[in-house]
Design a protein around this ligand. Structure first.
Ligand SMILES: [Zn+2]
Length: 97
């Protein structure tokens, strides 16, 4: 009983790509409005990633997610794009140039 349920509630962390149980994941709404659930698929973050984000300024991440096409492209395309953008704009690339 529990086994089947668990399998149906696996989600993928948008930050690291890990598959975690939905009950262990944190809902993440890139648009920052979690009360408007119409036609929306929530993104999920595993706990470690969620914790990371909470400790960072959010400004960059929000636009990064939106620009990466979160929720609009399929997950693989989104993760690829996200990784590219995150690498381009990481704190290091600016100081290295
Ligand atoms: Zn994660």
């Amino acid at each position: 009983m529990w086994g089947n349920r668990d399998r149906a509630t696996q989600v993928t962390c948008i930050a690291c790509g890990d598959t975690v149980s939905r009950t262990d994941a944190r809902e993440y709404d890139k648009e920052g409005d979690r009360y408007d659930r119409r036609d929306k698929e929530f993104e999920y973050l595993c706990k470690p990633c969620h914790r990371d984000i909470d400790h960072q300024p959010r400004g960059n991440l929000e636009s990064l997610l939106a620009e990466s096409g979160a929720g609009e492209t399929d997950r693989e395309a989104f993760l690829t794009r996200y990784a590219e953008l995150a690498t381009e704009r990481g704190p290091r690339s600016e100081s290295e140039r």
